[in-house]
Design a protein around this ligand. Sequence first.
Ligand SMILES: [Zn+2]
Length: 147
Amino acid sequence: MKRKQTKSQVKKRKVKLYMPKTEEEWEGKLNMEQFKVLRQKETEMPFSGKLLYNKEKGVYVCIACGNKIFSSEAKFESRTGWPSFYDSIKNSVKLEDDYSLPLKRVEVKCAKCNSHLGHVFDDGPKDKTGKRYCINNIALDFKRSKN
Ligand SMILES: [Zn+2]
């Protein structure tokens, strides 16, 4: 009996972890706004998302694959209009140089599904890491901690 349960759990997990391979598949998985930001690297309008004002304790995950990206502990108010964090969860993101604007920026991507999340800048809180992860609200989902 116990073994059977484990088996079905494994099966469920596999489906959940299924990752689109092509951009067409991503388009089917995400809604249009999410697709534009996560897969086409667009930036959402500032002050457009509700997670900006979220002060609850928990973890911010990649909306596309559920990868845990930021702890609520690392969130701070940057007054930029986008959710901002001074640190990411270890090994959760990949950083890549972005030359799409005249001023070089560093892109933040989900390490698991390669989706675009936002950019990281060096003007974060000096008493912490000095980094400011400027993240599109639409690229994140929030999981409230249970306690
Ligand atoms: Zn992801």
